[in-house]
Design a protein around this ligand. Structure first.
Ligand code: ATP
Ligand code: MG
Length: 207
């Protein structure tokens, strides 16, 4: 195995936006594996309509099981408590060692967040960030503003090269809009894989 990407998320629920990004990045970067890592508790989110970690893990499993290059890790769930991507990146770096090229996939909305990480410089030595476009976000502008123009940035310029901005096919889907649709008894067909849709309805999630 030569290169792997970690794809962290709340996956509340997982949707075709997530899956399409993962597959596009996998093929573009010729990655051997994409590891989906559902958070236990996301650090900065409103918890009100968050279903259990087990249910989110199961939906992530159902959505990815048909792709032999997709895996789901319970690392953050097993750890319990709040989940920090930094800990996850360190864990997988240790797990795979220096020979495997490690990537971490994030959507454009998360780029502002990583800019505020105290040890972002250290993290960029361990893995490359792949930042994918997302409707409503000008990813290049955010990148320029937070990583190129900022004067107080302590990241060495060669490490900034480890943040890769990638244009991918854009899907205007979010878990928030899916949860909203369910509350309003609207269809979520073609937004999530069928087994996920069935699981949500059987378990009466997000109502
Ligand atoms: P929520 O609305 O609850 O925040 P979400 O759709 O943003 O859900 P998350 O689980 O928060 O899903 O996202 C996991 C990762 O996938 C994040 O890095 C996020 O930026 C990215 N992502 C999610 N949906 C998209 C999308 N449609 N396009 C690009 N990136 C996305
Ligand atoms: Mg989100």
């Amino acid at each position: 195995m030569k290169s792997v990407a970690i794809f962290g998320g709340t996956f509340n629920p997982i949707h075709f936006g997530h899956l399409s990004i993962a597959e596009e990045i996998r093929t573009k970067f010729n990655l051997d594996k994409i590891i989906f890592v559902p958070t236990n508790q996301p650090p900065h989110k409103d918890q009100s309509d968050l279903v259990s970690a087990r249910q989110r893990w199961l939906m992530t499993h159902l959505a990815t099981v048909s792709n032999p290059c997709f895996e789901v890790s319970t690392f953050e769930i097993d750890n319990g408590g709040k989940s920090y991507s930094i800990d996850t990146i360190k864990h997988f770096h240790k797990h795979f060692g220096d020979k495997v090229k490690l990537h971490f996939i994030i959507g454009a909305d998360m780029l502002v967040e990583i800019a505020s990480w105290k040890n972002i410089g250290e993290i960029l030595k361990l893995c490359r960030f792949i930042v994918v476009s997302r409707p409503g976000y000008d990813v290049q502008k955010i990148f320029d503003q937070y990583f190129l123009a900022s004067k107080n940035m302590t990241i060495a310029s060669e490490l900034i090269g480890n943040i890769l901005v990638e244009d991918v096919a854009m899907f205007d889907i979010s878990s928030t809009t899916i949860r909203q649709k369910i509350k309003e008894w609207k269809s979520i067909k073609y937004l999530v894989p069928e087994p996920v849709e069935q699981f949500i309805h059987n378990q009466q999630l997000y109502l």
